[in-house]
Design a protein around this ligand. Structure first.
Ligand SMILES: NC(=O)C1=CN([C@@H]2O[C@H](COP(=O)(O)OP(=O)(O)OC[C@H]3O[C@@H](n4cnc5c(N)ncnc54)[C@H](O)[C@@H]3O)[C@@H](O)[C@H]2O)C=CC1
Ligand SMILES: O=C(O)[C@@H]1CCC=N1
Length: 265
């Protein structure tokens, strides 16, 4: 049986906890959680998921995995406190922050750098992962199975994690923004909000499932919607006129650049 400690108990830690508990990867009470000072939040997490809040290092002396989930700019204050756990596998979900930051405190330990997303909450994260050279095959298998419990995982070179962050780490927010925009547009064009929401969400869900289940090219699926001289052609033309592809490129690039900056800060 493995014991996991979360350092940081914010949105991302909660999303992973929800997925891990739902999939029964480890018993909920073997998941230890701490944060900066918000006791109320730890109590809520305990009540909702059955995880174990902790404040003292003695509570986590025998943990197998430590998952760092603070903000990137909080990590340098946090790391030295955990130097006395020489046997744990280190997992970081921090945007931008390089594996080498963790190696300064844990020079001989396995470090996995993971970029998940908040769809971990329902076991649907798209995560990227990179490792340091200290990771054994056994640790790799176990951490991979942990991350697979919250969705799919793709191994990449560490440097590529910045782009992964710009694509799938931040990605759910782009999709939610797209839904907000679709909804607002539909309301302006005559629908009520409830109807607009229902149709927008199912459209996103149906299109995502079509991509996943048919494995057809997105362009092929798009062409099938697009009758010659029809409504879709008119809509897509408006998107092109408004620089849709350039806008998306600017979005992913800006998020990637921010990840690089966070890593240097
Ligand atoms: N929110 C998201 O969609 C994603 C976030 N991430 C990464 O996950 C990390 C956390 O992000 P969020 O959960 O959104 O942030 P958040 O602000 O919700 O959570 C940060 C947590 O760290 C805790 N913390 C701060 N100082 C601490 C200390 N000294 N000791 C213990 N805990 C401390 C805070 O109390 C809080 O619980 C970030 O590094 C972010 O880059 C990665 C992928 C997606
Ligand atoms: O916005 C952020 O910095 C974090 C990392 C990826 C998603 N959320």
């Amino acid at each position: 049986m493995k014991k996991i400690a979360f350092i940081g108990a914010g949105s991302m830690a909660e999303a992973i906890i929800a997925g891990v508990v739902k999939n029964e990867v480890v018993p909920a009470d073997a998941i230890y959680v701490t944060n900066h000072s918000n006791e109320e939040r730890l109590t809520r997490l305990h009540k909702q998921y059955g995880v174990t809040p902790f404040r003292e290092m003695t509570d986590i002396q025998d943990v197998d995995v430590i998952i760092f989930a603070t903000k990137p700019n909080q990590i340098t204050d946090v790391l030295p406190q955990y130097a006395a756990l020489p046997n744990a596998v280190i997992v970081s979900v921090l945007a931008g922050t390089p594996i080498s930051t963790f190696e300064t405190i844990f020079p001989n330990q396995a470090v996995a750098r993971v970029m998940p997303n908040t769809s971990a909450t329902i076991g649907e994260s798209a995560s990227g992962i990179a490792w340091n050279t200290k990771v054994t095959d056994e640790a790799k298998r176990w951490v991979t199975s942990l991350v697979e419990a919250i969705g799919i995982v793709q191994e990449v070179e560490e440097e590529q994690l910045h782009t992964v962050t710009g694509l799938s780490g931040s990605g759910p927010a782009y999709v939610y923004f797209f839904v907000e925009a679709l909804e607002a547009a539909a309301i302006r064009e005559g629908l009520d909000q409830t109807t607009a929401r229902k149709l927008a969400v199912q459209t996103i869900k149906g299109a995502a499932l079509m991509l996943d289940e048919t494995r057809e090219e997105p362009a092929t699926l798009r062409e099938r919607v697009t009758s010659p001289n029809g409504t879709t052609a008119a809509g897509l033309e408006a998107l092109r006129e408004h620089q849709f592809e350039q806008t998306i490129h600017a979005c992913v690039r800006a998020a990637k650049q921010r990840s690089i900056e966070l890593g240097k800060a």
